[in-house]
Write a protein that binds this ligand. Structure first.
Ligand SMILES: Nc1ncnc2c1ncn2[C@@H]1O[C@H](COP(=O)(O)OP(=O)(O)OP(=O)(O)O)[C@@H](O)[C@H]1O
Ligand SMILES: [Mg+2]
Length: 263
């Protein structure tokens, strides 16, 4: 693992992990510029941003997988992190049961496996083949594996990609439940503000730098957020704020202001 400036420096107080003025470069390319953030115990923080905005890079820098060019990273001494990367390296065609998968790379007891499967709503499904799982079930198993290390901080890189909206909403409810049961903080990445709204305490809007941050409601009205995601026909916000305040029953012709799609 590369030597990081400030990596492993322990934090005073309760804060789990923090970045101060962090820059990350790939060659001459500065992918992350002047990033400062922190995550406190029990918080659910969501990073939002368009493709290529540096979201995955930020998580990887926080984990110490890639070096930071400037700034410093700090984490609580002995912090246990459960990480689910955006791209999986498991071969989906390889026959392997859920139970076996949970024991990779670290063997776990049957009791621990049963417990964690129950926690993610997959009780009794340890004998299933990984290849037969639906997208939502697979995400639950990945979360289960991350939970086996009893993390104080979960880092999830787009955990709901590939899920439909009900699947996504159910997964975020599960994350909240896990936070409630285990007290773990969650730092996750998503593309959709409207679905993370309910499940996030704080949102960080990223585009190489931090454009804006705050509660989901504050971020949703921030001009920087609007500039990044737009409020036009496809805007996530337009979907979220979608309200039918006009009547359809009266039969009178009326003007519709449909600024959104029924996605
Ligand atoms: N190992 C690397 N070497 C060189 N460039 C990289 C590397 N990893 C990421 N990048 C570049 O850094 C930028 C940010 O990539 P990153 O994967 O962090 O974006 P992202 O916000 O997670 O995007 P997505 O929404 O598509 O997952 C991209 O331009 C990418 O090409
Ligand atoms: Mg990414």
């Amino acid at each position: 693992m590369p030597e990081l400036p400030g990596a492993g420096m322990s934090l005073p107080g309760a804060t789990l992990i923090a970045a101060e003025h962090v820059c990350v470069r790939f060659g001459a390319d500065e992918v992350l510029h002047d990033i400062s953030l922190k995550v406190d115990p029990g918080e659910i923080v969501t990073i939002l941003g368009p493709n290529g905005s540096g979201k995955s890079t930020l998580l990887r820098a926080l984990l110490g997988i890639i070096p930071v060019a400037e700034g410093r990273l700090m984490r609580q001494a002995g912090l246990r992190i459960g990480y689910v990367p955006q791209k999986l390296t498991i071969d989906r065609t390889m026959p392997i049961t859920v139970r076996r998968f949970l024991s990779l790379p670290t063997r776990v007891s049957d009791l621990a496996a049963d417990e964690v499967l129950a926690r993610v709503g997959m009780a009794g499904q340890g004998a299933e083949q990984m290849t037969t799982l639906s997208g939502g079930q697979l995400q639950r198993i990945l979360l289960a594996r991350a939970l086996l290390g009893r993390p104080q901080l979960l880092m999830l890189d787009e955990p709901t990609s590939g899920l439909d909206q009900p699947g996504e909403a159910a997964f975020y409810r599960l994350i909240e439940e896990v936070r409630h049961q285990t007290g773990a903080a969650v730092l996750m990445i998503s593309h959709d503000l409207h679905v993370v709204m309910a499940a996030s305490d704080r949102v960080i809007c990223l585009n190489g730098h931090i454009c804006c941050e705050g509660t989901p409601r504050v971020v949703s009205t921030a001009p920087e957020y609007r500039a990044l995601f737009g409020l036009g026909t496809q805007g996530a916000l337009a979907l979220y704020r979608h309200e039918h305040d006009h009547a359809h029953e009266d039969g009178h012709p009326h003007h519709h202001h449909h600024e959104h799609d029924h996605a």
